[in-house]
Design a protein around this ligand. Structure first.
Ligand code: SF4
Length: 330
């Protein structure tokens, strides 16, 4: 049976942290066996915020390294770079002509980014959900792994698909969201999303000692003031991270010991550190190795783009036919 297609975009946004790993990467890795996955490093999306061009090449390179090191297998999936496959932006232009501005103004992330950076509100910021729609449907992807915050983008994609198909005739399937079982990990402050800018993250490439320095002072159940106080694991972000990395027996042990004041938070965090590092250490070894293999990484992206273009050319041919310009593209 033909495997359904999955598309997911990866932002080359710098160092990856355990929130990215648990929230997105693990899903992407596990989907590879069941689906035909196309994973795009979306460099054009990374340009919707101010960026340093001198860093972009390294960001893309490290992003490819990190995902391959974590388990994206270029033999199973397509790993490609968005700007190397021009059909993404070509289709985005056509979609722009059928997308209502009011739909884009409704997108919550546009409102947030406009508030965060009122001096840097540009067309790309408003329009990037259209490029995102093109990224997905140019592969006729049927499944898109998303976090809660991306559901409005996918709904917009579906709206655009419906409009295209009704104006010009059926070309695109409506993609469905895939919400994997993802524990919601907060930053080490226990309040905000894990992020580089808030300095509350543990990075995939940190040493065990660096991880411990951060974990040791991370916020736990704020009502547990002393080791002799019983705690509540269900309100503790460290416990959520445990559930993401530790085996069931350790999770159960820590919960029981927390509720009965059997162990202190530092003991609990030490158990977490061991489990987390056990999973991340092999990834770190592969990261180090792959960072020295520049030709291999470039080759993976070139091959991925070649395979991606075989798909996008077919889609664009159908699109050109529907919009009446196919004969010029033959
Ligand atoms: Fe959190 Fe563990 Fe401390 Fe309980 S013992 S509050 S689960 S860190």
């Amino acid at each position: 049976m033909k495997k359904k297609r999955v598309f997911s975009g990866i932002q080359p946004s710098g160092r990856l942290h355990i929130g990215n790993y648990v929230g997105a990467m693990r899903n992407m890795i596990s989907l590879q066996d069941k689906y035909f996955c196309i994973y795009g490093i979306v460099d054009y999306h990374a340009m919707t915020v101010r960026f340093n061009p001198k860093e972009m090449e390294e960001r893309v390179f490290n992003c490819a390294v990190d995902y391959i090191a974590a388990g994206i297998d270029p033999e199973k999936s397509i790993l490609m770079l968005q700007s190397m496959v021009s059909a993404h932006t070509e289709l985005a232009w056509i979609l722009n002509t059928i997308t209502s501005i009011s739909w884009l103004l409704r997108v919550p992330t546009f409102k947030e980014k406009r508030q965060e950076n009122p001096d840097y509100v540009h067309m790309g910021l408003l329009d990037y959900p259209v490029l995102m729609a093109a990224d997905i449907i140019v592969y006729k992807a049927e499944v898109v792994p998303v976090g809660d915050d991306q559901i409005p983008h996918l709904e917009l994609t579906r709206e655009i698909v419906r409009r295209f198909n009704s104006y010009f005739g059926h070309v695109f399937p409506e993609p469905q969201s895939y919400l994997g079982k993802v524990p919601r990990i907060l930053g080490l402050d226990g309040i905000n999303k894990m992020s580089k800018s808030l300095d509350n993250a543990i990075y995939l490439d940190e040493t065990k000692e660096e991880m411990w320095k951060k974990l040791a002072i991370a916020v736990t159940d704020t009502n547990r003031k002393r080791k002799t106080d019983a705690g509540d694991p269900e309100v503790c972000n460290i416990f959520t991270i445990h559930k993401a990395f530790s085996p069931k027996k350790d999770v159960t042990y820590c919960a029981e010991q927390c509720r009965t004041a059997g162990i202190g938070c530092l003991d609990c965090k030490k158990i977490l550190l061991e489990n987390m590092y056990k999973e991340l250490e092999p990834i770190q070894k592969r990261q180090k190795e792959l960072r020295t293999m520049k030709d291999y990484i470039h080759g993976v992206l070139r091959e991925g783009c070649k395979r991606a273009k075989e798909i996008t050319e077919k889609t664009m041919s159908e699109v050109y036919e529907k919009i009446g310009i196919k004969s010029f593209h033959e």
